[in-house]
Design a protein around this ligand. Structure first.
Ligand code: KIV
Ligand code: ZN
Length: 510
């Protein structure tokens, strides 16, 4: 009987800390449902003390998730813990995750606290958290650069204070696998009451070692891994959930434990997170990249056709590739449409919203006769965006002809009033963006423009991501349409809408 390796997903918290990846409450709930469907053990839904919006988002996840434990992050201060406890009040199963930095460099320069004060604060924080739940996780931030003796002291005391999970973060992605494995081993050996808590790890990918470090920690007794879909997270990201789960599953001859994840939902989770955040998945990304199971060379193809295991160590269908095939078409009715949305975890705020989505689904089905789950996901994201935005695309005419300068004429609704503009540019997308800028004059800088096809074929919807930068803020905008110039206009407007919402939110680690 294999031991249980707990999967703690932090896509909605650390993942959301990636510049430009911030998510709305509705988006968080959609991702949380997908994580629950995958049987993730713990979902870290956010940092409620960051802002009222973050509080509401964590609360919404806590209120709607039933199978997974919902966790909220809190600094080791009383108000943060109070906010976390309140946000989790209605969760069926809740956890508070509190943390304080323990490395000399963080204690001296960031906290400006003496080590003894840090210990005192950590113990108090765990006790405050225990007022709200008996499931309390403690992290010594920057453990990878902390002194082992100090870690042993603080961790022993927080266990005594009631911490049930000890999470060891390699906050800056600095450690080497062997070194990190030894650290976990030493902590387990040297802390007298270490058997009273589960050891967890949280590795960042600055040197590309997050998954290797996490797996080495498992070989040294860690039984929880903190990870994210597509490896999203601060800077170079966190350990990727799909890589961890499939490494452990594929090498059951090696690992003494396994997860409870239903891996067949991995690809749809990856696509959902990519579509909501606008962070594309690189084609050669393990497990979820478009090429992860593609064989180009003749020798490989021949080998795979004769005997799959010659070049494949996992089956594409086991992680959800090839699922979500044709589901709906232009003759599908409203009920089939509603049922599929519900199965995908897509909520609609009202019957009007459902009607509007159904009308847009019919329009799409006229242009593209096979509608896949990914199309419905894009449609839902678009509907949420459109219903909350102050700038909306009303119409767009573009002219592009060999030897001519491309031209765009656009109509935008600004809080219900229609405004018009036209512009020329080096291509139809450039002309469209110039026309929008001539109206809205955002003074932002375009940092990224990318187009991906949502499904295959030339009739597929193109999903465009636009990243804009202005006054220290980065936002990602998304738009989808079978016409990529229209998708580009929607994405640009979506980013501008986000820029005009001032977000006052605290960062937990600054
Ligand atoms: O990277 C880190 O140290 C964190 C902590 C809050 C656990 O994200
Ligand atoms: Zn982190």
């Amino acid at each position: 009987m294999q031991e249980h390796l707990i999967i703690f997903d932090t896509t909605l918290r650390d993942g959301e800390q990636s510049p430009g990846a911030s998510m709305t409450k509705e988006e968080k709930v959609r991702i949380a449902w997908q994580l629950e469907r995958m049987r993730v053990d713990v979902i870290e839904a956010g940092f409620p003390a960051a802002s009222n919006g973050d509080f509401e988002a964590v609360k919404a996840v806590a209120d709607s998730v039933k199978e997974s434990t919902v966790c909220a992050l809190a600094r080791a201060i009383e108000v943060d813990i109070q906010r976390a406890g309140e946000a989790l009040k209605c969760a069926k199963s809740s956890r508070i995750h509190t943390f304080i930095a323990t490395s000399p460099i963080h204690m001296q320069n960031k906290l400006r606290m003496a080590p003894e004060q840090v210990i005192e604060q950590a113990v108090k924080a765990v006790k405050w958290a225990r007022r709200y739940t008996d499931n309390v996780e403690f992290s010594p931030e920057d453990a990878g650069r902390s002194e082992v003796d100090f870690l042993c002291r603080i961790l022993e005391l927080v266990i005594d204070a009631g911490a049930t999970t000890l999470n060891i973060p390699d906050t800056v992605g600095y450690t080497m696998p062997d070194q990190f494995g030894k650290l976990i081993n030493q902590l387990r050996e040297r802390i007298p009451n270490s058997d009273k808590a589960i050891f967890s790890v949280h590795c960042h990918n600055d040197l590309g070692l997050a998954v290797a470090n996490s797996l080495t920690a498992v070989m040294n007794g860690a039984r929880q891994i903190e990870c994210t879909i597509n490896g999203l997270g601060e800077r170079a990201g966190n350990a990727s959930l799909e890589e961890i789960v499939m490494a452990v599953r594929t090498r059951q001859d090696y690992f003494p434990c396994d997860t409870r994840i239903d891996a067949t939902h991995i690809v749809s989770a990856s696509k959902l997170v990519s579509s909501i955040t606008g962070f594309p998945v690189q084609p050669n990304k393990a497990i979820v990249g478009a090429n992860a199971f593609a064989h180009e060379s003749g020798i490989h193809q021949d080998g795979v056709l004769k005997h799959r295991e010659t070049y494949e160590i996992m089956r594409a269908e086991d992680v959800g590739w090839g699922e979500n095939k044709l589901l709906l078409g232009k003759h599908s009715g409203r009920n089939a449409f509603r049922t599929r949305l519900t199965e995908l975890g897509i909520e609609f705020e009202s019957e009007e919203m459902l009607n509007s989505m159904f009308a847009r689904f019919k329009e799409l089905a006229d242009k593209k006769h096979e509608i896949f789950d990914e199309d419905l996901q894009a449609l839902a994201s678009d509907e949420v965006i459109v219903s909350h935005e102050c700038f909306r695309l009303v119409s767009l005419i573009v002219h592009s002809e060999t030897g001519e300068v491309p031209y765009a004429r656009i109509v935008i609704s600004e809080n219900g009033n229609e405004i018009h503009a036209e512009a020329r540019g080096s291509g139809p997308v450039d002309a469209t963006f110039r026309a929008i800028e001539s109206l809205l004059n955002s003074e932002s800088q375009l940092q990224l423009y990318s187009v991906n096809n949502i499904t295959s074929g030339t009739d597929a919807q193109g999903e465009v991501t636009v990243r804009l930068y202005k006054s220290d803020r980065i936002v990602n905008g998304q738009g989808a349409d079978t016409d990529i110039v229209v998708a580009s206009a929607k994405a640009y407007l979506n980013a501008l809408n986000k820029l005009c919402h001032k977000l006052e939110r605290a960062h937990p680690q600054v």
